[in-house]
Design a protein around this ligand. Structure first.
Ligand SMILES: Cc1cc2nc3c(=O)[nH]c(=O)nc-3n(C[C@H](O)[C@H](O)[C@H](O)COP(=O)(O)OP(=O)(O)OC[C@H]3O[C@@H](n4cnc5c(N)ncnc54)[C@H](O)[C@@H]3O)c2cc1C
Length: 62
């Protein structure tokens, strides 16, 4: 039997970068992935921090 990684259990309306449907509100870690372990939660925090920085600088605007 092959056991895969558990599927993330994500908040509705949150994109892969941690943006919520509320402008300026981001999430990372277990609040957005109920089965994340410490390493995954910390990595999501770093990624979301980079996205916040990019959004503030307008780097991702079309
Ligand atoms: C019993 C148990 C055992 C675990 N064992 C392991 C393990 O062995 N290895 C592993 O890698 N992972 C383990 N995990 C998972 C790990 O704990 C989480 O992945 C990690 O802590 C998630 O970090 P986080 O910052 O997203 O959330 P959290 O660590 O839960 O941090 C959220 C913080 O927000 C605070 N908070 C909540 N509401 C508010 C509010 N309204 N205002 C202000 N602050 C608020 C909380 O008090 C908390 O300090 C375990 C989890 C549990 C429950």
């Amino acid at each position: 039997m092959v056991v895969g990684a558990p599927e993330p259990v994500r908040c509705p309306g949150v994109d892969l970068m941690g943006r919520t449907t509320f402008p300026g509100i981001y999430v990372a870690g277990n609040v957005n992935d109920l089965v994340a372990q410490v390493v995954m939660a910390a990595a999501a925090g770093v990624k979301t921090a980079a996205v916040i920085n990019g959004d503030l600088l307008g780097l991702f605007d079309a």
